[in-house]
Design a protein around this ligand. Structure first.
Ligand SMILES: [Zn+2]
Ligand SMILES: [Zn+2]
Length: 97
């Protein structure tokens, strides 16, 4: 006697929002690799009513370093710049050797 066990993968696939997958693939901290957790919520006040929508081009918890333009998480961003750029000594140019 055979018993066929059918696994439903619908549960796992239900959570996989294609936008979310995309944002996590495109935007991640270049220091630790942490992906963006989701879209930014933009709220614009029009008249006396606030209108909110999701901005899928900007990850919610990552910011772009203003020096190198790469994405970094809150833990690897000091002020407006990433850890790499703030720890790098500012040098006018020229190799030292
Ligand atoms: Zn990080
Ligand atoms: Zn940087």
């Amino acid at each position: 006697m055979h018993s066929t066990k059918q696994l439903t993968k619908a549960v796992a696939e239900r959570q996989a929002d294609p936008h979310l997958v995309e944002i996590q693939r495109r935007f991640r901290c270049h220091v630790c690799g942490q992906p963006g957790s989701g879209p930014t919520v933009e709220v614009v006040v029009a008249g006396f009513q606030g209108v909110g929508w999701l901005d899928w081009t900007t990850p919610a918890d990552l910011r772009r370093c203003e020096a190198c333009g790469r994405w970094a998480c809150a833990g690897h961003l000091i002020g407006q710049q990433c850890q790499d750029c703030t720890s790098r000594p500012i040098d006018g140019g020229g190799g030292a050797s």
